[in-house]
Every structure is written in structure tokens, then in C-alpha cells.
Design a protein around this ligand. Sequence first.
Ligand code: FAD
Ligand code: SF4
Length: 473
Amino acid sequence: MKAKERLAIPRVKMPSLAGDYRNKNNEEVNLGLSAEDALRESHRCLDCVNPTCMEGCPVSIHIPTFIKNVERGDIMGAARVIRETSSLPSVCGRVCPQEKQCERTCFYTVKLKKDPVAIGYLERYVADYERKELGKHPEAETRKPESNGVKIAVVGSGPAGLSFAGDMAKYGYEVTVFEALHSLGGVLRYGIPEFRLPNDVVDFEIDRLKALGITFETNCIVGKTVSYEELQEEGFKGIFVGSGAGLPKFMGIPGENLVGVMSSNEYLTRVNLMGAFDPNSETPVSRGKSVAVVGGGNTAMDSVRTALRLGAERAMIVYRRSEEEMPARIEEVHHAKEEGVEFMTLHNPVEYLSDGKGSVTAMRLQRMELGEPDASGRRRSVPIPGDIVEVPVDEVIVSVGVSPNPLIPRTFKGLEVTDRGTIVVTESNQSQLPDVFAGGDIVRGGATVILAMGDGRKAAQGMHEYLSARSKV
Ligand code: FAD
Ligand code: SF4
């Protein structure tokens, strides 16, 4: 096909369930591309000599090669290309903010100022095809590497830990992942709801890692159940810390301790991991009729959309800047609007009010306007003096950021930690303790799945080089 013909093809659209149907259930919103749509989209890729899309991918997937495989109809071949560098393709194809990564640096975006190739949709198409083909045998395409007998421990089974574990297992190490919770996957399991990332997708990716010989131990809190020193005594020659940032932040305003005000971490964990959506569960969650979610990130969008699914009649996003500054993926904002979420941008809560019996009944919001850009490059929001509105609510979910989980930084003596509680690492993700590497949110603060996976890959390479050099001494 000539380049001119490729350039004339419009970008594919992702089919999805109707907003007023899906906002009442947990079914996956995006339906995935059909074979015809995927083929047409693959024709758009120009197979650039210098594929700039790859520069935008933190795990360096060979994007043009996998897309060429799709174009040839060799979808399993495409899957093999993606798996060379990514341990979680069906996850990334669903939740990566591609518009800020590979699709931002695609030739179409950079040079032609046109819609980029839908790299994320194609990645999901390939991964879903592979999952269907392999069915109940996720191990079918996996060759278990020969063991080198060296034991490695991983703290946390989120994307950073899983990506690290996968690469280390491929090098031949005997990897054990220790997970504090009873379920594997980190935020992929307890944070991101099923309507965006179904559990069977996460299960499939973890089963593929198990097929590489990785062992998983749940209900094991490193730093409590087992210490750093005990891991060393048990013969673990390297430890990767991917313990994430699960500590919720609050705003410190009056009324935050009222009944009905909670963090999005608590809300989503209770719903996604503890079955709280079932009113008969042992840990039900309150189901507000008028729910405000404070924040503009993915976590806020997931919370507000979950509130709708739990029966809220009015679900609102309250965000202090404008929609343009929202850190959430564009698709999540768009989907939230389609489902009926109200957006109160340029509003900031200053107080929650109660009925006198301890439950929240209203919030007082300060109206804001945009000022100069701050250190993050986003325009600062500035209060408009005296402009305060009161809005009735019976539930508030606070989603204004997270801090790193503090247990490892506190208990691994000798780790260098920043004043934000993140672990300090070198270029190869090695910490101050030479046998300890770290990556993902515990190093970056709250970031993204693919950045966590990229850290896991870099740390695996770094630890492999470190241990190989030591064994030669
Ligand atoms: P985590 O995923 O947090 O995993 C850390 C794991 O370590 C957890 O399972 C935890 O239980 C375990 N752990 C902690 N301490 C210990 C210990 N002492 N011993 C043993 N185990 C321990 N990013 C995107 O790219 N796209 C999105 O759409 C997106 N949506 C999100 C939605 C929500 C609701 C949230 C909360 C985050 C979202 N993110 C999204 C961000 C993304 O999920 C995180 O950046 C990513 O999961 C970080 O990976 P991680 O492996 O560093 O940590
Ligand atoms: Fe294809 Fe865009 Fe990558 Fe070029 S930059 S190879 S067009 S996906």
C-alpha cells in the first residue's frame, strides 16, 4: 500500500457500551477492536525508519514490528514481539495513557499534526487475541528458562514487581514475589475497577508469569512478617522493592473526619477487593445518593464512576483547576461524562458540614480561577475572594494524591529516602543498599503503570549486571 493511501485512512474508533447502560453495571466499557478495524488501523502505520513512537514507550516495545505483524495477519507473531519487552500487554493496552506516551511521539502527531496510529488499541487487540487463542493454557507459549540457582525476592506484586520478576525469571533467577495482600496485582487488582480492567485479564498475565517459574507468596508483609535481614539469611541475593504508594492524602480541612468522607483508596479497595458492592458482605460500603469525588486523576474518575454503579443519583467531580489540567487519561474523563458524571471544575472544598449527628450533609466549595503555571507546568488555581458555594452531599471521596507506603523505607536500615518518603535510586534503580533495587510508585510517588513497568525492567537489568559482576570477583 502506498504511503498516500495509508495517510488517507481515518483513525479507528474504539467501540464501547452505551453510557446509560454501563453506568449501572461492572461490564467492561471498551469492547475492543474487530479484526477488520485492527487490520485497517494497522495499514495506517508508516513503518518509519526512525520509529519515534518507541521513544515514547517506557518498556521499548518494538511498535512498528508488532503492527506489521498485525498487517500480515500474524497476530500471535505480534504478541511475541510485544512480549519480548512487556510482561503485561493486555493491561497496558487498556490503561496506559498512550496520548502522553507512544501516541504522543508517533510520526502522525509530531510531524503531520494528525491523529496518531491507535497503538494502544492495537496492543489490546493483539493481547486479547492471544488470550483467547491460549484459553486456559497461558503457559502454552512460555518456555521456562534454565535456573541459575540464585534466589531473588520481590516486594509487592504491582506492575513494577511483576515486570521486574518476569525479566529476572527470563535471565534464569529463582524469583519469589512477596505480596502483603491476599490477592496479586497491586493497583491493577485493588484500585482499577473491573469495568476498565477485568480481573481475568490480570489473572491471565500473572499465570503467564507463574509459567516462567516465579513463585508468589500472598499475605506476607515484608518488614513485618519477614525482615530484610531474614530475607538475606534465607539466601536471597537481591531484593527488588516495588511496594507502591498506597497511603492516601487528605486536605486537612474541617469535617474530613465526618461519617461519609473517605479516601478513594479505602473506597476502591473495599469495593474491588473486599466485595463491598454486595450489601450482604461483611464489609459493605456506604452508598451515597449525592456523591462528590475530590480530584482530577484516574483514581478520582474510577471512584466517581464506581459511585454511579453503586446507585448514586448525582455523582460529581470537584477539581480545583480546569479540565485541561486534569491528570486523568482523556478517555476516562470522556467516559465519565458519557455516564452522567457532573464536572465541577475550578472549585475547591474548604469545609464539610454535618447534620449535627456526625454524618456529612454538605460541602462548602471555594470558586477558583486560573493563574500562572506552577512547577508542574500546569496553571495554578487561585481562589476568587468571597466566592463560596454550598452543595448538599451525603458522601465525599477524597482523591487528592498518595504517598509512598512507609514500611520498607522505615525498616530497611540504610536506605536513603527523600523527604517525600520515596526511595532514592541510581540510574539503574539501585538503592543505597547494594543488594536492594527499587522502582515504580515507591520511587516516583504516584505515577503510571507503564512507568512502574519500565522501572522494573531497568532494575532487572541493573541487578543482573550487579550480581553477574560480583560472581566473577
Ligand atoms: P502498586 O501497584 O501499588 O503495587 C504495590 C504492591 O506492593 C501492592 O500490591 C501492595 O500491597 C504491595 N506491598 C506494599 N508494601 C508491601 C510490603 N511491605 N510487603 C509486601 N507487599 C507490599 N496508571 C495508569 O497508567 N493508568 C491508569 O489508568 C491508572 N489508573 C489508576 C487508578 C487507580 C484507582 C489508582 C490508585 C492508580 C492508577 N494508576 C494508573 C496508577 C498506577 O496504577 C500505579 O502507578 C502503579 O500501579 C504503580 O505500580 P507499583 O508496582 O509501583 O505499585
Ligand atoms: Fe508507525 Fe507512528 Fe511508530 Fe511511525 S511513529 S512507526 S507511524 S506508530
